[in-house]
Write a protein that binds this ligand. Structure first.
Ligand SMILES: Nc1ncnc2c1ncn2[C@@H]1O[C@H](COP(=O)(O)OP(=O)(O)OP(=O)(O)O)[C@@H](O)[C@H]1O
Ligand SMILES: [Mg+2]
Length: 319
């Protein structure tokens, strides 16, 4: 039975008036052959379940973990992996330009778990949009850079047919899942990527009791807090650089502050600093964006030139 997402309990976040650096750079993604699209990935077949939703409205939506591509080992103990767990959608947290992020409660209750203790985890579900009105501002460079095996798929993406849009959305989800997996394994402060199915990425929910952590843009630190947050920002960016990446779209909207701890999100366009000829420009733009926010919010020592040089020294193979 397909999960049926509701928009109940819709919540929105407030942003301040901060605007990112105006430098415009396309965001090519480095693709490898193993990221090429499955022959089976077809969306043009009619869904045999259409029309049956009402009949099954009260049925539990079973966890999709078993059938998904799973996140890296070791799987953290808090992840509910039991296939008898039930998924409950708590509505959209944020409608973004390219994806909707919603809150999911995955729970194994006594009713379904026999004698085992109850288990529960919150997940953030990032559903990349493939619909007509999605904005494709990140796709141009991406399409230039990637390789596909089949000309049918290349044509579909180039002409933006519905099938092509679905493929592009799936590739973004795959790209973000791969980058999160790599960075999480390197110990960087990013959400643990729990699972991937097509255009839907489920990851660790950053927050507590179903309440999302604020974005950095919403935080008003005093000078001591600002210095601590900036030190954490340097460290997580150093970990990215050490893994060979720049974030590629870094701004105070793509950083969460969870009880004083910085967590980077929104990483589908992460840039390969060694392989991408524009890697340095992306890194510099990221540093400009984040330092301008910190400099205006209690950390006047945040200096984009110093930060860029510090990060470049951490990139392996860039002596
Ligand atoms: N793992 C998470 N835990 C909690 N909240 C999250 C998580 N991931 C995303 N969010 C919330 O959803 C918002 C949008 O996420 P994200 O930036 O990844 O998507 P997006 O489509 O790129 O959005 P935008 O276009 O606004 O940048 C975030 O700003 C954050 O408030
Ligand atoms: Mg974002």
């Amino acid at each position: 039975m397909a999960a049926h997402r509701s928009t109940r309990g819709k919540r929105r976040f407030d942003d301040d008036g901060w605007t990112p650096s105006s430098t415009s750079i396309h965001s090519p993604i480095q693709q490898t052959d193993d990221q090429a699209i499955d022959e089976d990935h077809r969306t043009d077949d009619a869904d045999p379940l259409i029309g049956f939703d009402d009949e099954f409205e009260d049925e539990p939506v079973w966890s999709s973990y078993r059938d998904a591509t799973k996140g890296p080992d070791p799987v953290p103990a808090w992840v509910v992996t039991d296939p008898r767990a039930v998924d409950t959608d708590h509505g959209v947290l944020k409608t973004g330009k390219e994806a909707d992020v919603s809150l999911l409660d995955r729970r194994l209750t006594a009713e379904h778990a026999d004698r085992e203790p109850e288990q529960q985890c919150w997940l953030a579900v990032k559903q990349y949009r493939s619909a007509e009105h999605r904005m494709f501002h990140r796709d141009a460079g991406y399409l230039e850079g990637r390789r596909v095996r089949r000309s049918r798929e290349m044509r579909a993406m180039a002409t933006r047919t519905e099938f092509g849009r679905e493929l592009i959305a799936g590739q973004w989800a795959h790209a973000e899942f791969a980058v999160l997996s790599r960075l999480w394994q390197a110990g960087a402060a990013v959400p643990y990527p729990v699972q991937l199915i097509g255009t839907e990425l489920m990851m660790e929910f950053i927050g507590s009791d179903g309440v999302a952590a604020p974005r950095l843009a919403q935080v008003r630190p005093d000078r001591i807090e600002a210095a601590t947050l900036y030190a954490q920002m340097r460290e997580v960016l150093r970990q990215l650089a050490d893994a060979g990446y720049a974030h590629g779209d870094l701004s105070p909207y793509n950083v969460l502050v969870d009880d004083g701890r910085i967590v980077l999100i929104d990483l589908p366009q992460a840039v390969d600093l060694v392989g991408n000829p524009q890697g340095f420009a992306y890194l510099r733009r990221d540093c400009d964006n984040i330092c301008s926010w910190f400099a205006a919010h209690g950390a006047p020592h945040a200096d984009p030139v110093e930060l860029t040089e510090f990060l470049l020294r951490s990139v392996p193979g860039l002596a």
